[in-house]
Each structure stands twice: as structure tokens, then as C-alpha cells.
Design a protein around this ligand. Sequence first.
Ligand code: UTP
Length: 239
Amino acid sequence: MRVVLSIGGSVLVPDLDADRVAAFASVVNGLAADGVTLGVVVGGGAIAREYIGAARSLRANEIELDGLGIAATRLNARLFITALGGRAIPSPATDYEAAGAALRRGDVAVMGGVTPGQTTDAVSAAVAEYVGADLLVYATSVPGVFSADPETSADARKFERLSAGDLVDVIADVEMSAGASAPVDLLAAKLIERSGTRTIVLDGTDPERIERAVHTGEHGGTDVVPEGSNDEPTYWVDG
Ligand code: UTP
């Protein structure tokens, strides 16, 4: 089973806590030991926001800000590589080919951002497409995909399952509302729709939920199911 795991910066490093990073690494190492081929994409979290905020007040342009964001995601990816120990590639992959080559060698591929103008949500969807992942898991700070931003809208309801096309529509709607944020951004949703990658969006604040999702397909979040596929996958580790 080939899995791409996207760990949001706000989940992995809302602050810099070595024990939290170790807990996520332990889940990834456990899945790798179970025979799962893994690519991990790490977000920027608080450190990215702090650097971007400081540089914005220094009048940096958006591309320069993205450059700082990418550097922060790669710093977090390096920290995660340290926590993984010997199973991971020695430094973050900086493009999809390098990530794919690492998976072919049997290493855990770890990466942060790739190019300005996007976030690691899109990187995760692109690397999943590139390596032909069976499953893409977004570990986010919200428990799934909602009809509106649950932070700002009292009648937001969570989807248990939706098609990739519906995901694009829902995310586009949420992103249209001022101040609202979606758990996965629109470019990522479009890449998921294009590639037909089976995707789970879950509350990743407890890393064991990620492990359970890959082992059993149970997660309490949102399943994004490729168009025309109603079959339950048979590849769960415990399946
Ligand atoms: P994140 O993926 O962490 O962005 O990348 P985010 O969604 O804003 O953060 P969370 O998940 O809510 O904490 C951090 C920043 O790095 C840049 C962008 O500026 C992004 O906001 N970035 C990241 C890129 O420009 N390109 C990439 O491929 C990845």
C-alpha cells in the first residue's frame, strides 16, 4: 500500500515540541514497519507565519514571502527526518522526482514546499499523483471537510463522504467567504479530482488517528472518493 501523508504545520508544530514530533514520527515508522510505502509532506506552522509576518512588515513581495514559507516547511521537514531516524531520506526532497525515487528505494520520502504560489496541501496532492498513491491522508487541525468554515459559521456541517468534484465545489464556496479557511485548498482539491486519488481529511491532532485510518479506513473525518468508484478499498493494512 502506498500512502502520502500531509501533516499540517498547525498539527505537527503549533509550537516546537520534540515529544509531539516524535509521536508523529513513531506512527510513520510503525506504518513503514507494517510494509506501507510512505511519502510525508510537512507544513510550515507557526514558524512560517512568524517569518512571513515579519517579512511582510519589511515590505517583501508575495513571491519572497512564499520563499520564506517554503524554507520554513523544509526546516520542519528536516526536523521530522531527524525524528524518523534511519528510515527516511537524509534531507527533504525538493521535487516530485526525488520523492518518487526515494519511495522506489524503500525510504520514507519527506518534503516541504516546492514552488511559490501554493501550499503544502497542493504539494501533497501532486506527489500523491506522481507516485500513484493508493491513499492521500490530510492530517489537519479540523475534523474533516465542512459545508462552511466551522470557525465562522454555526450551521457548518461535516461531510462523511464526497466525490472529488464535490470537494472542488465545496472548497471553492468556502474560499469565497471572507476570512474563512478550508482544510484543503482549492488547487489541492483540483489535483485530487484530476488524479482520482482516494483521500481522507481527518483531525490529525492525535497521530494515532492517522495510524487507525491507514490500518482500517476508520477515522471520523471525510472520505473523498474518486468519481464512479463506490467500492470499498481492500488495501487497508488490517483488511
Ligand atoms: P503551508 O503549506 O504550511 O501553508 O506552507 P498554510 O496552509 O498557509 O499553513 P497551515 O497549514 O495553515 O499552517 C507555508 C507557506 O509556505 C509557502 C506559502 O507561502 C505557504 O503559505 N509555500 C509552501 C509555497 O510557496 N509553496 C509550496 O509549495 C509550499
